[in-house]
Design a binder for this molecule. Structure first.
Ligand SMILES: Cc1cc2nc3c(=O)[nH]c(=O)nc-3n(C[C@H](O)[C@H](O)[C@H](O)COP(=O)(O)OP(=O)(O)OC[C@H]3O[C@@H](n4cnc5c(N)ncnc54)[C@H](O)[C@@H]3O)c2cc1C
Length: 421
């Protein structure tokens, strides 16, 4: 890169950086790279600019501080500050960026057996600056009289920086802003990644990309931001990156009784639920092998499996699950399913955490993918961290090195325990 000693620069290439995938991760990275160095020549390649199957347009778009990994807490802290000031960063010609951010908190409910784990993650969260309070059954009853709590021992409520927002609007704002700063968008499906021939292990370079029309694109540096398709994208390069689509259904429910001050609720049985306008939206825990495929089969290599269907799985809200909802919130025994949609979690089967930074063994290939269902809130900080890593050799604003690709090569997982659904 022109301004950086840390990214590769070769003569005669069309771009300094080519980003594969223009979802929220690709768009955020393009924006931050341009913000840091406006002279960079950046192309954003996307096969479907309607984003009909992209996680970024099918997201539940909520933000929490209640993670078990400190690096995820740090990314959420950056994320909430960015969302509150979105117009300052992303407005074009003074037009405000409306994200509808609301911060009623997440409420995790734990039964007796789960309460010790809740206390332990709470200790990590508060040590790392998250404002989270543990509530006993009496306190929960007083705040949420519509909950049935006799089998609940403890709750954990985020007091600040937790809630929900318009994720697709954030995605579009990143994209529009990046384009306004001079990023080039290319509509194409990247089919093959070519390495430089005759390279020794540990010192590899990507040479070019081949697109669906057979044309070849050369750049000095490349970013994999292909979301759930990242594992498939790199499979021919034998890079350990087990990131694959895992379909999740979101149900839109109506309830005749208002649930006052309803936060984003994570039930001890595994479902989540939160208000969305005059409705509620909810997700059920994954229910069978078809929807949560074998983790061993392609643990460390790309999979050739085709994408799972994206029709909503209405069966996920079956009789048992319905009973669990009505058990916790008796008013829901009169609920109706209004509609549902499905999207892919970009599941990193290695440890349910993102992969951010240089891809091990390559000098000009980077990754920002695998957020495993919690990436919308982390996109602002993750895109900045990757951009700093590419331009300066290390992330500066949020230290995301714990999420580096190295851990997949060394087989040292960093498990995020608070993965929802
Ligand atoms: C149902 C659901 C609920 C969620 N809830 C939350 C939540 O509450 N909070 C939260 O923070 N996150 C949530 N997420 C996760 C969040 O939406 C994702 O982490 C985030 O959107 C991932 O963005 P991405 O850019 O990596 O992937 P995507 O948005 O999928 O973008 C990847 C893009 O790459 C393109 N692409 C792939 N391969 C190629 C190729 N070969 N050539 C060209 N283009 C290619 C795709 O077309 C796609 O547009 C949820 C996700 C889902 C599905």
């Amino acid at each position: 890169m022109r301004s950086s000693a840390h990214c590769d620069r070769a003569a005669g290439t069309a771009y300094d950086v080519v980003i594969i995938g223009a979802g929220v991760m690709g768009a955020s990275t393009a924006y931050w790279l341009k913000r840091i160095d406006s002279s960079l020549r950046i192309a954003l390649i996307e096969r479907d600019f309607s984003f009909s199957r992209a996680s970024s347009s099918l997201s539940a778009s909520s933000i929490r501080q209640q993670f078990s990994c400190p690096v995820n807490i740090a990314l959420s802290q950056f994320g909430i500050a960015f969302l509150r000031e979105a117009s300052t960063h992303l407005s074009i010609e003074g037009e405000p960026v409306e994200l509808g951010l609301t911060e009623p908190g997440y409420l995790y409910l734990a039964n007796e057996a789960q309460s010790q784990a809740l206390r332990e993650t709470h200790a990590i969260q508060t040590r790392h600056g998250a404002s989270v309070s543990l509530l006993d059954r009496g306190e929960l009853k007083a705040s949420y009289p519509w909950l049935y709590l006799d089998d609940i021992a403890l709750g954990s409520l985020g007091l600040q920086g937790e809630g929900w927002f318009d994720g697709p609007a954030l995605h579009q704002a990143f994209l529009r802003k990046a384009l306004s700063l001079g990023v080039i968008k290319l509509q194409a499906d990247v089919r093959t990644l070519h390495g430089e021939p005759g390279q020794s292990a540990g010192r590899r370079r990507l040479r070019s990309l081949v697109l669906d029309d057979g044309s070849e694109i050369r750049s000095d540096n490349y970013v994999c931001a292909a979301g759930a398709w990242s594992g498939a994208l790199v499979r021919d390069l034998a890079i350990p990156l087990p990131i694959h689509p895992a379909a999740r259904t979101v149900f839109v429910l109506s309830c005749p009784t208002e649930l006052s001050d309803c936060p984003l609720l994570i039930d001890s049985s595994g479902f989540w639920l939160r208000p969305e306008g005059r409705f509620l939206i909810a997700g059920m825990p994954p229910r069978d092998e078809q929807h949560e495929p074998d983790l061993q089969a392609d643990q460390l290599t790309g999979s050739r499996r085709t994408d799972p269907p994206l029709d909503p799985d209405y069966g996920a809200l079956n009789e048992d699950q319905w009973a669990r909802l009505a058990h916790r919130i008796p008013a829901l025994s009169a609920m109706r399913i209004e509609r549902a949609w499905a999207g892919y979690y970009e599941m990193n089967r290695f440890d349910h955490n993102a992969v951010i930074g240089p891809i091990e063994g390559f000098s000009n290939f980077y990754c920002l993918a695998g957020f495993s269902g919690h990436g919308m809130q982390h996109a602002p900080g993750a895109g900045l961290a990757l951009s700093e890593w590419m331009l300066s050799g290390a992330p500066k604003t949020v230290d995301v090195r714990a999420l580096g690709h190295e851990r997949l090569v060394n087989e040292t997982p960093l498990w995020e325990l608070n993965v929802i659904g």
